[in-house]
Design a binder for this molecule. Structure first.
Ligand code: HEM
Length: 187
């Protein structure tokens, strides 16, 4: 009974994480197209306000419940160790690839002129933010694969390397044009 309740919390945490990534993706699209200061602040408030609460809470629930499940269902196995290590990498990608750059961008928007100057718009359209999100999304799908198929350690490593490669390629693909496509002075 307790095991099933913890598994429920674990999967609920995974739902929360995917919801947070979805909101982050929508917010990022809005921020990348923002040309006015109030527009950028609105998207920032919508996306970061929710993501900064939902993502850490979901990560915490997934981790605590996952460690419990690991300890009570036969101890660490190849797939669960690879999942745990990947989970740490996923959290670090989020912190360094998105959390820190976003913390720098916020004061830049606050102090920016209206319409937003090119340097602030360039920061909002930083490729690292897209890369970070795409890598984390692909890694979450990879971890889900490990959770459900429980493959050997070697297969688990291959799955996660492939997931990271898919995330990298997706993040490096040319971004789709948006309504307010940013153009530099050079065009
Ligand atoms: C993005 C992160 C994660 C997602 C989406 C996820 C998802 C899932 C899902 C859907 C299940 C149910 C699988 C089943 O019943 O067949 C599960 C089970 C499990 N997860 Fe995770 N998980 C994640 C991270 C982790 C981490 C980091 C750990 C290790 C600390 C972990 C350890 C476990 C264990 C031990 C089970 C129970 C497997 C069993 O006994 O059947 N999970 N997870």
């Amino acid at each position: 009974m307790v095991h099933n309740l913890v598994l429920f919390a674990h999967i609920l945490g995974a739902f929360g994480l995917i919801a947070a990534y979805t909101i982050e993706a929508i917010g990022l699209r809005g921020l990348r197209g923002a040309t006015r200061r109030d527009e950028a602040l609105l998207w920032f408030g919508i996306s970061r306000g929710i993501v900064m609460r939902l993502a850490p809470a979901s990560l915490g629930v997934i981790l605590i419940a996952g460690l419990y499940l690991m300890a009570t269902s036969g101890g660490p196995r190849g797939w669960s160790i690879v999942a745990l290590a990947s989970f740490v990498v996923l959290a670090l990608v989020g912190a360094f690839g998105t959390g820190m750059p976003m913390a720098r961008i916020r004061p830049a928007i606050d102090g920016a002129a209206d319409p937003l100057p090119d340097d602030v718009r360039s920061e909002l359209r930083d490729r690292v933010l897209l890369l970070s999100l795409d890598i984390r999304l692909a890694m979450a799908v990879g971890i889900l694969f490990l959770m459900t198929l429980k493959p050997s350690a070697l297969t688990s490593v291959v799955v996660m390397v492939l997931a990271i490669a898919v995330g990298l390629v997706a993040g490096l693909l040319p971004a789709r044009g948006s309504r307010n496509e940013f153009r530099t002075a050079a065009g």
